[in-house]
Design a protein around this ligand. Structure first.
Ligand code: HEC
Ligand code: HEC
Ligand code: HEC
Ligand code: HEC
Ligand code: HEC
Ligand code: HEC
Ligand code: HEC
Length: 277
């Protein structure tokens, strides 16, 4: 899935890119050779003069991370052989020889928490989302991809099913959804509400584009379409829109469902099941 996305991204610049585990080397070369001719493709950040050493080297000192990494989404990029040496830890951290030689000294290896550029070498389309008018302030350096994503173990998007199991095994949570990641910073939306909106249980991303959006509040639709995705009933009379047995035809002309003074609390309400203040 991702492979085809990259190929699409690159098709603008180069006719074809053969993608495979070893193709990453070709990718790196292309990234470098494009850096002078293209405005959008950058060489991945790396420590000058350092070389790739392979993930086994990292295990000497970062045993736990290397051990757990087998379960990580990104471990699928790993392959055997010298040509794929750079596809483990160093695919994100850049060549590590200087870091290893220095016994782990500061400033000798890339830490992607400080800059998402490392991720964009492969997820270029994601950068475009963060450049939309409304976005989480990652490019501004106020947040990091790793606030929502787990690079080292399990499924890369925090709160996805694998993480739920892991946390339960540790004895922690009875129920954990992907929303937990969002609640760490957006406590108001957590509730509890007397009247919950079932849509929220399906996940914040039903209504919000987490990276960025052309719409305010990161909404994935700017008007009533957002709500009509789930709340649409067959028109019973020509020209009339019924939602929950109520004729909404004239309401929908007065603004969005949440801004027209009707359902101001799309996340849940303590006042009425109709999601109002
Ligand atoms: C000889 C021991 C040693 C080896 C080998 C080693 N590291 Fe480190 N590493 C350290 C120490 C010590 C630190 C600093 C203390 C800490 O954060 O654990 C560190 C820190 C880091 C950091 C954080 C740097 C920062 O600026 O925040 C990253 C990332 C990292 N190592 C990645 C790697 C990778 C990838 C490899 C394999 C290519 C590797 N390390 C190999 C010892 C080592
Ligand atoms: C998909 C990209 C990616 C890969 C692959 C990756 N890392 Fe990281 N690594 C990160 C990010 C992002 C951070 C910053 C995490 C944070 O602090 O938010 C990080 C932080 C670190 C740190 C410093 C902070 C900490 O958690 O101790 C070490 C050490 C480290 N990585 C080692 C490794 C090793 C060893 C491997 C290979 C087994 C590896 N990384 C593979 C993205 C990656
Ligand atoms: C060397 C290329 C490469 C780098 C660097 C990289 N990724 Fe990925 N990433 C991939 C590939 C390939 C996949 C798809 C893996 C699969 O599903 O088989 C992926 C998957 C993901 C997914 C899961 C996508 C999904 O649909 O479930 C997330 C989230 C993600 N990466 C975030 C990051 C972040 C954050 C960073 C930087 C810290 C990063 N990636 C760095 C190649 C990369
Ligand atoms: C505010 C939280 C948040 C931040 C910050 C964030 N992501 Fe995501 N990302 C998500 C969520 C949630 C999903 C799953 C979307 C879904 O299920 O519809 C996702 C999906 C993805 C995917 C797979 C789908 C896609 O859009 O391609 C990739 C790759 C990815 N993120 C990479 C990144 C990278 C790289 C960064 C940093 C530049 C980043 N994300 C920052 C929350 C975040
Ligand atoms: C690490 C903290 C953090 C996490 C985790 C986080 N956000 Fe945010 N969120 C922010 C910040 C910071 C802003 C920008 C606030 C601003 O610009 O005033 C923001 C803005 C937003 C906005 C727009 C708010 C507005 O008033 O326009 C929405 C919607 C949002 N986040 C949803 C989410 C969702 C959904 C998730 C989970 C996928 C999530 N956030 C995860 C910190 C976070
Ligand atoms: C049913 C759709 C829907 C779902 C699901 C949803 N939101 Fe929202 N959210 C909205 C709408 C609509 C607004 C705009 C409200 C406004 O502007 O008055 C909004 C606004 C926000 C804001 C901006 C502050 C505010 O309250 O106006 C944040 C932050 C936010 N949502 C976070 C989240 C988080 C976190 C989740 C998941 C727990 C979530 N949302 C789930 C529809 C939704
Ligand atoms: C993902 C699907 C989904 C989306 C999107 C969605 N809802 Fe809902 N909503 C539900 C479900 C399911 C219920 C509970 C069953 C029912 O009453 O229809 C519900 C219930 C409601 C109720 C309570 C109805 C009653 O009579 O108790 C209101 C009001 C409501 N939603 C408004 C909205 C608004 C406003 C939006 C857009 C911001 C929206 N919904 C978006 C699924 C959704």
């Amino acid at each position: 899935m991702w492979g085809s996305r990259v190929i699409r991204t690159f098709r603008d610049k180069r006719e074809s890119v053969l993608w495979g585990a070893g193709g990453a080397v070709a990718l790196a070369v292309i990234l470098l050779s494009c850096s002078t001719t293209s405005r959008t493709i950058l060489a991945p950040p790396s420590i000058p003069g350092a070389e790739f050493v392979g993930s086994e080297e990292c295990a000497t000192c970062h045993e736990e991370i290397v051990r757990d990494f087998r379960t990580a989404t990104h471990a699928r990029l790993q392959a055997k052989g010298d040509n794929a040496k750079n596809m483990g830890c160093e695919s994100c951290h850049g060549p590590g020889s200087k870091h290893v030689q220095a016994g782990g000294g500061a400033g000798t290896i890339i830490n992607p928490r400080k800059s998402p550029d490392t991720c964009f070498q492969c997820h270029l389309d994601v950068r475009a989302s963060f450049q939309l008018p409304h976005h989480h302030p990652v490019l501004e350096g106020k947040m990091s991809c790793s606030d929502c994503h787990e690079p080292h173990k399990g499924i890369a998007t925090k709160g996805a099913p694998t993480n739920i199991q892991q946390r339960l095994k540790a004895g922690g949570f009875a129920f954990l959804s992907r929303n937990e990641t969002c609640f760490e910073c957006h406590t108001q939306q957590r509730g509890p509400f007397v009247y919950e909106h079932e849509a929220v249980r399906q996940g914040c991303t039903v209504c919000h584009s987490p990276h960025g959006s052309v719409n305010q509040r990161l909404l994935n639709e700017r008007n009533a379409t957002l709500c009509l995705k789930c709340h649409f009933q067959e028109q019973r009379t020509a020209g009339h829109i019924f939602i929950g047995d109520v004729d909404h035809s004239t309401f929908l002309q007065q603004g969005t469902c949440w801004s027209a003074g009707c359902h101001e609390e799309p996340h849940g309400s303590n006042v009425t099941p109709l999601l109002r203040y």
